[in-house]
Design a binder for this molecule. Structure first.
Ligand code: FES
Ligand code: FES
Length: 166
């Protein structure tokens, strides 16, 4: 079986995987990072989104071997100790979740969304960007508000020269 090396949430990891092993299976079953969820078999729900080499990917559509040598960030890698990442804090403050099953994927997609749009996000952009993430509970209204608030907070801290790690 192939041996792979990758950096997960800043820590170098090695794993022996089958060629058919999906990245989400490696994260959840191999590395115990169960914050990344599986909500569908069809690459539609976005519950499994993680950041690979700086870009949001659906980890149910990527083989683990394709992440060999790459840097991977999961929801477990966002907070700094007890301090929530600004996007996590915004989801909390704006009540952007009910069951929470979709939330890790929503938050990881937001990390990438805010990074790519180097400006404060408007509602239309956020709703368009969220087309790859499904939520069965919330109606999206508070999710959109949370993402707007997070993008405002991150833009403000950048303008003050404060670095916010993704
Ligand atoms: S589990 Fe990956 S998109 Fe649904
Ligand atoms: S909060 Fe339940 S699926 Fe989104």
């Amino acid at each position: 079986m192939p041996n792979i090396e990758l950096t997960v949430n800043g820590t170098p990891r090695r794993a022996e995987v089958e060629g058919r092993t999906l990245l989400v299976e490696l994260l959840r079953d191999g590395l115990g990072l169960t914050g990344t969820h599986v909500g569908c078999d069809t690459s539609q729900c976005g519950a499994c989104v993680v950041i690979v080499a700086g870009k949001a990917v659906k980890s149910c559509t990527l083989l683990a071997v394709q992440a060999d040598g790459e840097s991977v960030t999961t929801i477990e890698g966002l907070a700094s100790g007890d301090a929530l990442h600004p996007i996590q804090a915004a989801f909390h403050e704006h009540h952007a979740l009910q069951c929470g099953f979709c939330t890790p994927g929503m938050i990881m997609a937001t990390v990438d969304m805010i990074e790519r749009h180097d400006a404060r996000l408007d509602e239309a952009t956020i709703r368009h960007e969220l087309e790859g993430n499904l939520c069965r509970c919330t109606g999206y209204h508070n999710i959109v508000k949370a993402i707007q608030a997070a993008s405002d907070a991150i833009a403000a801290s950048k303008s003050q020269g404060v670095q916010v790690d993704a």
